[in-house]
Design a protein around this ligand. Structure first.
Ligand code: ATP
Length: 514
């Protein structure tokens, strides 16, 4: 027996195939061969992702819980543009001199230019290849790499036995076998990433340097540059948050793993502004709230983890001490490791100060705290989540192979997120049953996404609903016409019971609205 947690019990290809077949996710512009790093959501996927975003908005903005002080959180919404004045990105630090592909070592925290990294490739007796990285031109490093390989292969180091490859030519699947130049365990090197990932375009008729604009790489800056506008136009006062859901674009060097690393994606971000000395209260509050939220929408198993960053992992804006963490999910393609769904960071006053500096407003743009009668730049706790990664995690969590069902698989979505809440079927498409079913459908769809399906055998219709993840199916049969009852079939337990047709709406309300 081993203590290692179980990896997901299905293959990613099977989920991707289901997503395409049932209209959750398609390749963007598929009829032209697609385009790397871009994905379209089909009818079911659109409903699923919308439900996720709506749940976030409702739970974080419209109806947030109480804060650590026992008072309801004050959070307002914003919808800022994708293209902004390019100075925004100078101030934020996104336009910089960094245009090189970089590789990070997660273990040693060292960072290398991808095009400077070489790999010594060995061959073990069993044919598996082990690779050790070293830096181009670093002979001592190469010697060390050779010794390390020889130790692994239990033979003398003879350079003739080994090939040298540029790191950039390795397949993504080889990464787990590469031992970083300063690492003790293989698999710690990230894929190369360009430092400047921003997409560029031009605003206006003339395409020159002056008309150059960027597609935003994060939604956060739209919030920072509107900080004063929100203060002036509402009654919010620190501590308060501004929330935004919107598209972000990053020209990722190696988009991969389905929608996980895309070039166009959606973020759900909150910048929560606090007094500078209160991060130690607010950071753990947000970390735990966001972790609990992902659990509340169905990521309840051991695949969801919270990982606090080490100090030397902190981003340039993160304040030492109050912490940064990732909320991570074990996807089939990251297992046994995890991939980031959301980062919760103490961003300090970095962004507000930078905008004060770059707009020339300086110290006089500090916030005035009436209660304390003092001026300061508020600090920020930022929970920044990905709507696409969230949707993907929800799809992975829901995917449940089940050979006993005709569909072979059932999508066990949390009822709140399920793209279809109920299937409504006439047992046969005659004898007055379709009319009753259609009437029920018309009534229910006002509040719940329901599908009326009169065609094919009842088994096939259940199978379709299992793949769509509909938690309930209601069937109208000849008894309905006599006694006004319908059969309700529950997706997860497969139990069936008869309830009065008048009670269907209440039945759904109790189970979906909670
Ligand atoms: P990674 O290290 O995986 O590139 P990141 O740390 O750069 O992610 P952040 O800048 O913290 O990501 O962005 C916040 C959230 O936005 C992430 O937690 C993730 O859910 C989402 N996100 C970031 N980049 C992408 C991408 N290329 N595709 C899809 N979602 C993304």
């Amino acid at each position: 027996m081993t203590d290692a947690p179980a990896a997901p019990v299905f293959r990613m290809e099977d989920l991707v195939a289901l997503c395409r077949r049932r209209g959750f996710v398609f390749q963007s512009s598929e009829i032209y061969g697609g385009i790397n790093g871009f994905w379209d959501y089909g009818p079911l996927g659109t409903a699923l992702k919308r439900n996720l975003k709506d749940a976030w908005w409702r739970d974080m903005v419209a109806c947030p819980p109480d804060g650590p002080d026992g008072r309801p959180l004050s959070i307002v919404g914003l919808d800022s543009t994708i293209i902004a004045n390019p100075k925004v990105w100078e101030a934020s630090g996104h336009v910089g001199g960094f245009n090189d592909p970089m590789v990070d070592c997660r273990e040693s925290k060292a960072r290398y230019r991808a095009d400077h990294l070489m790999v010594l490739v060995g061959a073990d007796d069993d044919g598996s290849r082990r690779m050790v990285g070293f830096l181009e031109g670093d002979d001592a490093g190469r010697e060390k790499a050779g010794k390390s390989l020889a130790k692994y292969e239990k033979r003398e180091f003879d350079p003739a036995n080994y090939a040298i490859r540029p790191f950039t030519q390795l397949a993504a699947t080889d990464l787990s076998r590469v031992l970083g130049p300063d690492a003790k365990e293989p698999g710690s090197l990230t894929e190369p990433r360009m430092f400047n990932l921003m997409f560029e375009s031009h605003a206006g008729a003339i395409r020159d340097e002056d008309s150059k604009v960027y597609l935003r790489p994060e939604t956060a800056q739209g919030i920072f540059v509107n900080f004063q506008n929100v203060l002036d136009s509402t009654r919010v006062r620190v501590p308060f948050g501004i929330a935004q859901i919107g598209k972000a674009f990053r020209n990722e060097v190696t988009p991969r793993n389905f929608t996980f690393r895309s070039r166009e994606f959606e973020q759900m971000e909150i910048e929560f502004f606090i007094r500078p000395d209160e991060a130690e209260t607010w950071y753990p509050f947000w970390r735990d709230l966001r972790h609990a939220w992902w659990r509340s929408i169905g990521l309840t198993g051991e695949n969801l983890v919270l990982r606090e960053h080490d100090r030397d992992e902190l981003a340039h804006y993160a304040k030492e001490g109050a912490g940064t963490c990732d909320i991570e999910y074990r996807f089939p393609f990251t297992a046994p490791g995890f991939g980031e769904l959301e980062g919760v960071a103490h961003r300090s006053d970095f962004d507000l100060k930078r905008h004060a500096e770059f707009t020339g407003k300086g110290e006089k743009s500090r916030y005035f705290d009436q209660e304390r009668n003092e001026r300061y730049f508020p600090h920020v706790i930022e929970p920044s989540a990905g709507a696409d990664r969230g949707t993907l995690a929800v799809l992975c969590e829901a995917y449940t192979p089940d050979d006993s069902r005709p569909s072979g698989v059932v999508m066990k979505f949390h009822p709140r997120l399920a793209p279809v809440k109920a299937g409504i079927f006439p047992l046969v498409n005659k004898d007055g049953m379709p009319e009753v079913a259609e009437k029920l459908h018309r009534e229910l769809r006002v509040k719940y996404a329901c599908e009326f399906d009169p065609k094919q055998s009842i088994g096939k219709r259940y199978a379709r609903m299992d793949e769509a993840g509909a938690p309930y199916c209601f069937t109208i049969d000849s008894d309905t016409l006599a006694d006004q009852t319908v059969t309700v079939r529950e997706r997860d337990t497969l139990s069936q019971e008869r309830i009065s047709i008048d009670r269907v709406a209440t039945y759904l309300a109790e189970r979906i609205d909670g």
